[in-house]
Ligand binder design. Structure first.
Ligand code: SF4
Length: 111
């Protein structure tokens, strides 16, 4: 079964200022120019949005995270996903659980 490429989309409902796609040739605002360099633009979008937690989904997430590690705009992407509170998918090299962990308040030491 073939997989469409270049359509790593942002989930509906996520705050997205101009377009629902990563790295497409749409007119982005200046602060969104980083999307034009997104490495995922040529990758299977399903890898970035694995469904479930089984071995196949884990493998997809690993592939997506590998792409992110090579992406020149990983930091911008992660910052965007955190600011937009995106709840599904791999962005900036982290899945939703990893991003949620970053947002959690850290326990204070001592007591
Ligand atoms: S960091 Fe990952 S999800 Fe974000 S633009 Fe790059 S390849 Fe796409």
């Amino acid at each position: 079964m073939g997989t469409a490429r270049g359509t790593h989309t942002v989930p509906q409902g996520a705050a997205m200022p101009t377009s629902t796609r990563h790295a497409v040739a749409a007119p982005f605002a200046a602060h969104d120019d980083w999307r034009l360099d997104a490495r995922c633009a040529t990758e299977p979008p399903d890898d970035f949005f694995p469904i479930g937690e089984g071995p196949a989904a884990q493998q997809q997430a690993r592939r997506a995270k590998g792409v992110c590690q090579e992406c020149p705009v990983r930091e911008q992407c992660l910052e965007w996903a955190l600011a937009a509170d995106v709840r599904h998918g791999v962005f900036g090299g982290l899945d939703e659980g990893e991003r949620m962990a970053l947002r959690m308040p850290r326990p204070r030491g001592g007591g």
